[in-house]
Design a binder for this molecule. Structure first.
Ligand SMILES: Cc1cc2nc3c(=O)[nH]c(=O)nc-3n(C[C@H](O)[C@H](O)[C@H](O)COP(=O)(O)OP(=O)(O)OC[C@H]3O[C@@H](n4cnc5c(N)ncnc54)[C@H](O)[C@@H]3O)c2cc1C
Length: 587
């Protein structure tokens, strides 16, 4: 018989969106709940992210007059997953994600606003929408977390304006163009930042105005705190403990000591994906692989997936990721996502042979799939290059390099100028600096320029989908994603097949129960988020298509554990919380 150091009903491994949604629901169902986090900060990739959550037919769409229906949502999910995902998962997600966010809105500090113009990634597919299914968290005052603010994982560098401010996705879309209005908004932000410096000092040097994934996780963290649910930091789960074929707990390292935690109703593995585990990436993913092109959390090393596999769990989609093109700063160990840049007119992606290989403005998963396909065919696209001309440089961002209007070349730091941004006075000279065949690059640019002037990308159809155009420049016509590269100087930045995290993992049923190779549930074991194989298959429905399912299936796992767990151990339902007033909105 095991000896235990701690006993809870539900043990949650991880502290990202999946884990926190599960922790809240588990507590409210009367389960004694504990979250354990390997890192020194909580929130995982969820905190670093845009925090956008995709939920079809969600209650926030009405505010913008957007009509949706359950039928359209299912039609869409079926169309984009192309028969690769069983319908029961799609129906569960459609129905339960909405119930989950409605629950969170009533019972927690979590608040969302629909992004009415953020299109689904395949809006022209049957059931697709031109906006509203992607929702972003309402900005939040991090100071309300008190001492817990300090340990909130910081946003990805790419999510900060000028390396300092967090802004909402709605404002970010407006500011891309940096017209007069955006300039004024920027000046206003600088003033606000200045005025808030006192509060910032009191908050350990961090601006407490939180948006995106930081707002999402801070809101969830405060909701856990209200409930008194403990979250142990620097506490990696080391192994699972099974008895009689049932997972009954885990060994967690706490303060350097192995601590045996009994979990009477189950263990949820919500420890993220394996984006930072090189041997797993090399074993399962496409080649070449790296752990430095990803933008995901540094601690996501596949621990949860490996633990499940040790117990005989089945896995799926292990070659997949939430792909996105990234660039990389010299010496950085993470990718810098290029989500906006790929749609803006005046830039293209090319292989080291100097050829385009895809519609750059396509959904980011598809861009990287095409990059790997080209690599397999020609061996020459990883790494590749994003190239653009002087007009692009002046108006738009290129990774960490702000628009030349506000950040001219002369103002760039030495590292950026000498080790990142490549500059040349002609395409031929640029090709020489990049070690790309000059005649091919010249021909590629000339051919592209002809198509751009006509507003039609006959090769890859860039700008034809409304989703391509979301980050295009509306002032450019006839195609907001196309402009010729014809204004010297010319520039390039490196391009990698990055990701926002991996999406292959443990196979679960529609309640988050981990399955073995015969399709039987491993009793007491649950998985959610990127530890589980994605219910979106090989696709991405729209912004928020990973956080939505992570939270939904974390939530459902908790409900299943409460219903199904060890019936000899009744749970105390009197601890369920009452409705909470919302707090901390900084909208
Ligand atoms: C820059 C960026 C922007 C993004 N934007 C969006 C977006 O707007 N919308 C969207 O849907 N998706 C977005 N994503 C993807 C999304 O953030 C992730 O897919 C999602 O947050 C994964 O959630 P999770 O709960 O599975 O894992 P995570 O949030 O990564 O949490 C896993 C946690 O488990 C911990 N852990 C790992 N191993 C152990 C262990 N052994 N013991 C204890 N703890 C452990 C990790 O440290 C981590 O804190 C973005 C990602 C990035 C990087």
């Amino acid at each position: 018989m095991s000896e235990w150091d701690e006993t809870v009903d539900f043990l949650v491994v991880g502290s990202g969106a999946a884990a926190m949604a599960a922790g809240i629901r588990a507590h409210d169902l009367g389960m004694r709940t504990l979250l354990v986090e390997k890192g020194e900060a909580y929130g995982g990739s969820s905190a670093m992210s845009g925090g956008v959550c995709w939920v079809g037919n969600n209650p926030h769409m009405k505010k913008y007059g957007i009509v949706d229906s359950d039928g359209e949502v299912l039609t869409y999910l079926k169309a984009i997953t192309k028969g690769e995902v069983e319908e029961r998962y799609l129906v569960t997600y459609r129905d339960e994600s909405r119930r989950m966010i409605e629950y969170m809105a009533r019972k927690t500090h979590l608040a969302f606003d629909a992004l009415d113009r953020y299109t689904d990634y395949y809006p022209e597919a049957p059931g697709g929408k031109m906006g509203g299914r992607s929702m972003e968290p309402v900005p939040f005052d991090g100071a309300l977390l008190g001492a817990d603010f300090e340990a909130l994982r910081r946003p990805a560098a790419s999510a900060l304006v000028l390396g300092k401010f967090m802004i909402t996705a709605r404002l970010a879309k407006r500011m891309i163009m940096l017209d007069l209005l955006a300039m004024m908004q920027m000046a206003w932000l600088l003033l606000l930042f200045f005025l808030r410096s006192g509060k910032r000092r009191r908050c350990g040097g961090r601006d407490p105005y939180l948006t995106n994934g930081n707002a999402l996780v801070a809101r969830l963290r405060l909701s856990l705190k209200d409930r008194g649910v403990p979250l142990w930091l620097r506490a990696p789960r080391r192994e699972l403990v099974s008895e009689g074929g049932r997972v009954v707990g885990a060994v967690v390292v706490r303060d350097g000591k192995a601590t045996r935690v009994r979990a009477r109703r189950g263990v949820l593995l919500a420890a993220g994906g394996f984006e930072r585990n090189l041997s797993m990436r090399q074993r399962y993913g496409p080649a070449p692989a790296s752990v430095e092109w990803t933008a995901g959390n540094e601690h996501n090393t596949g621990d949860g997936i490996l633990a499940g596999m040790d117990l005989g769990a089945a896995t799926a989609l292990m070659d997949e990721a939430w792909w996105t093109p990234t660039t990389q700063l010299p010496g950085a160990r993470s990718g810098w996502v290029l989500v906006v840049e790929k749609s803006l007119p005046g830039g293209i992606f090319v292989s080291r042979r100097g050829e385009r290989f895809t519609n750059e403005a396509a959904p980011y998963v598809d861009v990287v799939v095409e990059m790997y396909r080209d690599q397999k065919k020609t061996g020459g696209s990883i790494p590749g290059w994003m190239i653009f001309d002087g007009r692009y440089r002046k108006k738009y961002i290129a990774g960490p390099v702000g628009p030349g209007k506000v950040m001219p070349d002369s103002s760039l730091g030495r590292k950026l100028r000498t080790q990142f941004l490549v500059k040349a006075s002609s395409i031929e000279e640029l090709a020489g600096k990049l070690d790309v065949p000059a005649s091919t690059l010249k021909a590629t640019v000339e051919h592209f320029n002809g198509m751009a002037r006509r507003g039609k990308d006959e090769d890859f159809h860039r700008g034809e989908s409304a989703s391509d155009r979301y980050y295009g420049d509306d002032r450019v016509s006839p195609n907001p994603c196309l402009a010729p590269l014809d204004t010297a100087p010319y520039y390039a930045i490196p391009l990698f097949p990055g990701d926002l995290g991996t999406k292959g993992g443990l196979v679960t049923d529609t309640r988050g129960r981990v399955q073995d190779a015969e399709g039987r549930a491993i009793l007491g074991l649950y998985a959610a988020g990127n530890t589980s194989a994605s219910i979106m298959g090989r696709t991405y429905p729209g912004a928020g298509g990973t956080i939505g399912p992570a939270m939904c299936f974390g939530f459902l796992s908790a409900e299943d554990a409460a219903e199904r767990g060890d019936q000899d151990q009744p749970i105390d339902r009197t601890s369920a919380v009452v409705d909470l007033p919302d707090a901390g909105d900084m909208g």
